[in-house]
Write a protein that binds this ligand. Structure first.
Ligand code: FAD
Length: 462
């Protein structure tokens, strides 16, 4: 192989179109080999039926097909990344390895180890910004510090935005520079130790064409986003989060849609994409938040952490219908509506008085779109322990939220079918009607009382 060759390493950017790191590799080198590494450190703790692994596997098999059509292939290894990348770099005689930058603390440690190992054999790791529009240090306050409050961050972000920022990288146009390869095997899911989970019935399609299609479909209803986004029974949000998480869709394509469409729907959607960027840069600058409360004052709160209450919460049997419907939606479909992520997180911390990190871990187990930055940011926001979080004395009332955002109980009926016979009025607090239907439990706690307990608990911070 030519000495001016490189490896492109797929991670959170599982697409061939508008891929910044792939473009850079193809642009700077005569030949490029595409690789993916299944890291046993990540895979081993996961349950056999983890849907994210199935999603990744489907994306990879689609990438493989496309690379084969260009006379190349996807080289897949199951090994620790430093060992695998160094071995592949030697095998293909490459001078550099390209990958998209990843802000998660474990990924940063991994990449430093890979870079060191590559340097020892005369090669290097080149990390390219792809996952966010504006990188970690691109937006800083006037005093050169990272933003910790969303509104000024958003102002700075919008001031920096120009059409050039969302122009797609023309990686697709350079695919003729892929290295010709004979076929390399892709291990099956069972060979990797996972079940052949069927994602399609749950509405998850993992190819980059599926992501483009989902974006195009959402474009037809983006005008209503600001009016519909808070109602879980409506198909009001984009559901693009797994695609943005795994990079089957580029962030630039999403921002292009939001920016090139006028009206309140598109600007409300752009606002959410900016939240995504806000949490990404926070994780980069404050990696300690991945382990503990962003604000030190909230690190020692004496949460009673009742295991039986936690079990009831995660299994959707708290007796609060909206909370239970949401928790069942998470397990059944791998997704939960944003409004309900806020309601269930608040309920766990402020009604059940359980450490937010327990809930964060549960979401990390089940969410198809699990992303450390967004999940941690969302949990710390709801628990009032994060930067720019909701004030600790503001506590969601799960019944009021239910009446407001699922007024006819349509969403509740879908996931808590035992409450289907309830009237629209009774369904939000069924214990107030004569008889609880079916096996539906009475409320685990009294919200008004727990609210007072939470206020007392939060007052104990130093
Ligand atoms: C407790 C909690 C945990 C969360 N965990 C995650 C997570 O693990 N992964 C994740 O992607 N999002 C998370 N979110 C944010 C948000 O709930 C999801 O991004 C959103 O529900 C995904 O659905 P959608 O694609 O239809 O969103 P849309 O409303 O269509 O928004 C478009 C995109 O913007 C981004 N986005 C939207 N809202 C937020 C937000 N508040 N913070 C960061 N990014 C946002 C997502 O990438 C999303 O796909 C969490 C929120 C809370 C309150």
């Amino acid at each position: 192989m030519a000495s001016n060759s490189a490896i492109f390493w797929f991670r959170r950017d599982l697409r061939l179109t508008d891929n910044a790191a792939l473009f850079t590799a193809l642009n700077h080198h005569e030949r490029v080999v595409c690789v993916f590494i299944f890291d046993p450190t990540i895979l081993t703790p996961l349950p056999r039926d983890d849907r994210r692994v199935a999603f990744i596997w489907r994306s990879l098999s689609s990438l493989k097909r496309r690379l084969r059509a260009h006379g190349s292939d996807l080289v897949v290894a199951v090994d620790h990344p430093a060992a695998a990348i160094c071995r592949l770099a030697r095998t293909f005689g490459v001078s550099a390895v390209y990958a998209a930058e990843d802000y998660e603390p474990d990924a940063r440690t991994r990449d430093a180890a890979v870079d060191e190992a590559l340097s020892a054999q005369g090669s290097r790791l080149e990390l390219i910004q792809d996952h966010v529009l504006f990188a970690r240090d691109q937006l800083l306050t006037r005093t050169g510090r990272p933003y910790t409050v969303f509104t000024p961050y958003k102002r700075a972000w919008l001031a920096q935005l120009s059409p050039e920022a969302w122009q797609p990288w023309q990686s697709h146009a350079l695919l003729h520079k892929l290295c010709p390869l004979k076929e390399h095997p892709l291990p099956t899911l069972p060979e990797l130790g996972f079940a052949n989970t069927d994602l399609e019935p749950l509405g998850w399609f993992a190819e980059e064409d599926d992501a483009q299609h989902a974006l195009a479909v959402f474009a037809t209803r983006i005008d209503q986003y600001h009016q519909q986004r808070d109602f879980p029974a409506l198909n009001g949000t984009s559901r693009l989060s797994p695609h943005l998480r795994f990079g089957t869709l580029s962030i630039r394509a999403a921002i292009a849609l939001a920016s090139e469409t006028s009206g309140p729907g598109a600007s409300a959607w752009l606002n959410e994409l900016i939240w995504r960027e806000f949490y990404q840069q926070l994780l980069w600058h404050f990696p300690h938040a991945a382990e503990t409360s962003f604000r030190s004052a909230y690190r020692q709160l004496p949460f009673p952490n009742r295991q039986d209450w936690f079990d009831a919460w995660r299994e959707g049997r708290t007796g609060y219908p909206l909370v239970d419907a949401a928790m069942r939606q998470l397990r059944q479909t791998g997704w939960m509506h944003n409004r309900l992520r806020m309601v269930t997180a608040s309920f766990l911390v402020k009604d059940l008085l359980i450490d937010w990190r327990w809930g964060e871990r549960h979401f990390a187990r089940w969410l198809m779109d699990f992303d450390l930055a967004a999940n941690n940011g969302g949990w710390q926001w709801a628990a009032s322990t994060g930067c720019d979080a909701q004030p600790w004395f503001r506590i969601f009332n799960p019944v009021t939220q239910s009446k407001r955002f699922d007024p006819d109980g349509q969403f509740i009926r879908q996931f808590v079918p035992e409450l289907a016979p309830c009237s629209n009025k009774d369904i939000h607090a069924p214990w107030l009607s004569h008889r609880l239907p079916g096996h539906y439990p009475p409320p685990l706690v009294d919200h008004a009382r727990q609210r007072e307990e939470a206020l007392t608990l939060f007052q104990q911070r130093p």
